[in-house]
Write a protein that binds this ligand. Structure first.
Ligand SMILES: O=C(O)C1=C[C@@H](OP(=O)(O)O)[C@@H](O)[C@H](O)C1
Ligand SMILES: C=C(OP(=O)(O)O)C(=O)O
Length: 430
């Protein structure tokens, strides 16, 4: 149980936001299946990305990791070896699903396992289209849940209309398709993050993105020997963006935050609610643009959040819900069913834990309704339920609790995506 800092007077200073989790996973995966030695800078040392490194080591890839610097000695798509142990993805849905796509086309047997939370997360969204491409996959509930076993087979590329806007599904299919015959075409109902597409191009692959559709020809090779700079994770920055907006008299700078358009929904939302985010030192030269963000305390009003923006801010909904408790009027979050299949059912855990702190928040079938008006928050015992984003949201909520103490159970989950979160937070508190 961790006692959280409460009743903070202001936040000041700057933070180097740790590397983007989605890009760090992909940097290790794609450099492992590329030729040559690739170096990665500002890799996220969170547990999820370390799980990806462990899995690729078990597939015979030599990877040197010293803090945020990683060197991957690529094996090429045909150089991976059959693992003699299970591939443990820990708490990482991204690792599980992307690995399934890659392993579907490899000429060996492998087993993907994860923790208690992973064992409840749906894998059919990947299994079903992969089977249509010829994959041989078995697991609990017709391969919906881990442990999942995969016996590699010949892959034929298909045209697929994904029922969900999910970068994990899209990326898993692209990893299988790289090894397949013919052209793969994936249509999504809304555009999901496109880090895979950008990184495949950096490794010399040809991929076409038009609207919500991607096209990739099979039998391509990845040419490594490149250097990848991972920008700061906007999903991690989001906790400090909101903290600065809601703690009185605050002004902070968040350094080198990734600004890929498929991820910046949080900035659109805070601006629609009445805040301004200022940019400095913009860098648009590499495949992933980034800039320093300056955020200060702001007056906010409630809005409706739903539709095409959802994939652009899906991981930020817990912290947006907290922000909405500080806005004038009501905020409605809809079209957020995907939150039910994350590390926890995030609609339920956000509503239950913010209710314990005194917020006026109600669960709906596809999201939540928050009546803001600066409802005072009070002390309580709360729980992350092992979900890193719920833990960080609650630590930010505690900052504005004026009376009583806030105790957080399962705070260690935060190291999944932001191991030095509490150090960064205390650096901003004078
Ligand atoms: O591809 C990725 O790196 C991710 C995609 C999203 O999941 P879905 O693809 O399930 O929407 C996101 O929630 C997750 O944190 C990371
Ligand atoms: C949903 C998340 O990650 P994953 O799906 O990789 O477990 C997240 O980081 O919020």
């Amino acid at each position: 149980m961790k006692e959280l800092v409460t009743n903070v007077k202001n936040l000041r200073g700057e933070i180097d936001i740790p590397g983007d989790k989605s890009i760090s996973h992909r940097a290790v995966m794609f450099s492992s299946i590329a030729t040559g030695t690739t170096t990665v800078e500002n890799f996220l040392e969170g547990e999820d990305c370390l799980s990806t490194i462990h899995c690729f080591r078990k597939l015979g890839v030599e990877i040197d990791q010293k803090g945020t610097e990683v060197t991957v000695h690529g094996k090429g798509l045909k150089g991976l070896v059959e693992p003699t142990e299970v591939l443990d993805v820990g708490n990482s849905g991204t690792t599980a699903r992307l690995m399934m796509g890659l392993l579907a086309g490899q000429p060996f047997h492998s087993v993907v396992v994860g923790d208690e939370s992973i064992a409840k997360r749906p894998m059919k969204r990947v299994t079903d289209p992969l089977r249509k491409m010829g994959a041989n996959i078995h697991g609990r509930a017709d391969a919906n849940y881990t442990p999942i076993s995969i016996s590699g087979s010949d892959i034929s590329n298909i045209e697929f209309h994904s029922p969900v806007a999910s970068a994990q599904v899209k990326s898993a299919l692209l990893l299988a398709a790289l090894q397949g015959e013919g052209e793969m075409v994936i249509h999504e109902p809304a555009k999901s993050r496109d880090h895979t597409e950008r990184m495949l191009q950096a490794f010399g692959c040809e991929i076409e993105e038009t609207g919500n559709t991607v096209r990739l020809k099979g039998n391509q090779t990845l040419t490594g020997g490149i250097h990848i700079t991972v920008p700061g994770d906007i999903s991690s920055a989001a906790f400090f963006i909101v903290a600065a907006l809601i703690v009185p008299n605050s002004k902070i700078t968040l350094k080198k935050v990734g600004l890929n358009k498929t991820r910046t929904g949080i900035i659109d939302v805070v601006e629609q609610m009445g805040a301004t985010v200022f940019y400095e030192n913009k860098n648009v030269e590499g495949p992933e643009p980034y800039a320093d963000l300056i955020v200060e305390t702001s007056e906010l009003h409630g809005i409706v959040i739903g539709g095409e923006i959802m994939p652009r801010l899906i991981d930020e909904i817990p912290i947006i819900a907290l922000l909405a408790t500080r806005a004038k009027g009501t905020t409605v979050i809809k079209d957020a069913e995907e939150l039910k299949v994350k590390e926890t059912n995030r609609i339920r855990t956000v509503v239950s834990e913010l209710t314990k702190l005194g917020a006026n928040i109600t669960e709906t079938d596809d999201g939540m309704v928050i009546v803001g008006n600066n409802t005072p928050l009070h002390g309580a015992e709360v729980n992350s339920y092992g979900d890193h984003r719920i833990g960080m949201m609650l630590a930010v909520a505690a900052l504005i609790v004026e009376e009583g103490e806030v105790l957080l159970q399962n705070s260690e989950a935060i190291s999944v995506s932001y191991p030095n979160f509490f150090d960064h937070l205390s650096n901003l508190i004078s």
